[in-house]
Design a protein around this ligand. Structure first.
Ligand SMILES: *[C@@H]1O[C@H](CO)[C@@H](O)[C@H](O)[C@H]1NC(C)=O
Ligand SMILES: *[C@@H]1O[C@H](CO)[C@@H](O)[C@H](O)[C@H]1NC(C)=O
Ligand SMILES: *[C@@H]1O[C@H](CO)[C@@H](O)[C@H](O)[C@H]1NC(C)=O
Length: 487
């Protein structure tokens, strides 16, 4: 009886898996999966999260083997990334380029392997703040990589792209006046011609949030998709949102170098939920849902009506609390899911999809937190707090953050806990010279969430237990069936 139930359960789960991969649709919304987090979900849980939410395309920033192995057999289309600091060596050494393709692409492109479709050559290599240091390295790297792909018989299937920041182009006034930055004109012409001859799209990252964040007189409603009281009139074109205006500035820039028909993919777009006044759940939901609806309804822009971007990768799948906060405290809060795979707000990311579903089987550390000991004088705490926040994440404590109003003592507790969870609840990490103490009562207040870390060992005690249990049961079933067979 038990054996029969187990076998039928196995058959059913196999069937479900097959069915799930058939359900995946093309031309859908993808996501960026960055891993700059000290609370990293197991890659297999993240892949299940994407499958559960019918996310069929993912963009990575590197070629992490643990991530790629988890994507094997998932049916998800993958863009792997090459960091900017590898561009020099890839462009100057064909052997290194061959090796990179062999080790990071070809070996996964087997039956039941990873469906790698794109390689991102550098990440925003033309960014103004890099002061041109990667500018001349991009094309040589692409030429070598294209050769390496051809040698590996992947030349037509895996396409090279270069995710560009929107600062690669500009317009003094209206979208139709868009041009590439003067010092990039020649490189962009070569790059786009290369992309065009390989059937690759131009990949751009567009962030209306940053426009709003950086400029106090940017009209708030122009950042969203609900219509604007400040539409931009550009000849016959009228713009009601910053995204369309930015997109068409790129279309105009491409037209000026002779490639007005170039397909465009959005490498990153999104809205953060914390760490700035304009970064909150309702704004993020409004922006992302507005964007997704426009894309899924093939709305297009005034210069490309009815033609949505070929791909759109939301930034981002998960929060990453080890990202640099140089651009702002919001940097660590771009996820549509929190670090532990919980949907932050209701979002529908595909036609026929329901709202986002949470990650399953997340293994948390025990439910305990580190807080400031109320019986101690906390005057001497400033240095401890500073130290804790220099490694752990305290970005929500500042102006515009979800924990900005929790008071002095709350600030200290928050910092202590953030550090304690980062250290995987290691006992000494809640000491702080006797100023900290462990509590079993959740100190979260209102929207301010005191997190509990996740256990990131690839095989935790519970996981091993279940796995070992299943294995023993399978052996038992096999033996049982053999005994039955021999009767
Ligand atoms: C594969 O990619 C990773 C991550 O980008 C990199 O560190 C590694 O050096 C690459 N492998 C080779 C052989 O270049
Ligand atoms: C959320 O952000 C939007 C702008 O991005 C702002 O208008 C709104 O007031 C914010 N909401 C809250 C509750 O702070
Ligand atoms: C908590 O810390 C934040 C960031 O330093 C600060 O803005 C806020 O005023 C602090 N709260 C209190 C009550 O000190």
């Amino acid at each position: 009886m038990a054996a029969f139930q187990l076998v039928s359960a196995l058959v059913l789960s196999l069937f479900l898996q097959i069915q799930r991969s058939v359900l995946m649709v093309d031309g859908a919304i993808g996501v960026n999966w960055g891993t700059l987090s000290s609370h990293r979900l197991q890659p297999s849980i993240v892949v299940d999260l994407m499958k559960e939410n019918k996310i069929s395309k993912v963009k990575l920033f590197d070629a992490d083997p643990t991530v790629l192995r988890a994507l094997a057999g998932s049916g998800i289309q993958v863009m792997v990334g090459i960091p900017n600091d590898m561009l020099g060596i890839l462009g100057s050494s064909p052997a290194t380029s061959d090796l990179w393709v062999t080790q990071n692409v070809s070996r996964y492109m087997v039956k039941g392997g990873v469906d790698i479709r794109y390689i991102a050559v550098g990440n925003e290599p033309f960014l103004t703040s890099y002061q041109g240091q990667y500018q001349s390295l991009v094309l040589p790297a692409m030429l070598n990589l294209q050769q390496s792909l051809t040698k590996a018989n992947l030349g037509g299937y895996v396409k090279l792209v270069v995710p560009c920041n929107a600062d690669a182009y500009q317009s003094a006034t209206l979208p139709s006046q868009g041009t590439f930055r003067p010092e990039l004109t020649q490189i962009m012409t070569q790059l786009v011609s290369f992309l065009n001859s390989n059937g690759s799209p131009f990949v751009v990252n567009i962030y209306p949030f940053l426009s709003l964040y950086q400029s106090s007189d940017f009209p708030q409603d122009y950042a969203f998709f609900g219509g604007s009281s400040h539409p931009v009139v550009d000849g016959p074109s009228v713009y009601y949102n910053a995204f369309d205006g930015n997109f068409d500035t790129l279309v105009a820039a491409l037209t000026k170098i002779g490639f007005g028909q170039m397909p465009i993919a959005i490498g990153e777009v999104g809205w953060p939920t914390d760490g700035a006044a304009s970064a909150n759940l309702s704004a993020a939901r409004a922006f992302n849902q507005g964007l997704i609806s426009n894309v899924l309804n093939n709305k297009g822009t005034p210069l490309r009506p009815g033609v949505p971007p070929v791909d759109v990768y939301l930034f981002s799948l998960l929060d990453e609390e080890q990202k640099s906060v140089l651009p702002g405290n919001f940097e660590r809060h771009w996820g549509i899911f929190s670090f532990d795979g919980q949907a932050k707000y209701p979002l529908v990311i595909g036609l026929g999809n329901g709202r986002l579903k949470n990650a399953k089987n997340v293994q948390y550390l025990p439910s305990r937190w580190c807080v400031a000991n109320p019986s101690r004088d906390l005057d001497a705490v400033a240095n401890h707090m500073k130290l804790a926040c220099s490694v752990a994440d305290c970005t929500t404590l500042f102006y515009g953050g979800s924990c900005n109003a929790i008071g002095d003592k709350g600030n200290i507790s928050y910092a202590f806990n953030s550090y304690y969870q980062l250290q995987k609840q290691e006992a000494r990490s809640c000491d702080f010279d006797g100023l900290g103490m462990v509590t079993f009562l959740d100190p979260s207040i209102g929207d301010c969430r005191f997190l509990v870390g996740i256990s990131d060992s690839s095989c935790s005690c519970i996981g091993c237990g279940i796995f070992a249990g299943l294995w023993i049961m399978t052996l038992w079933v096999l033996m049982y069936l053999r005994v039955l067979g021999s009767l």
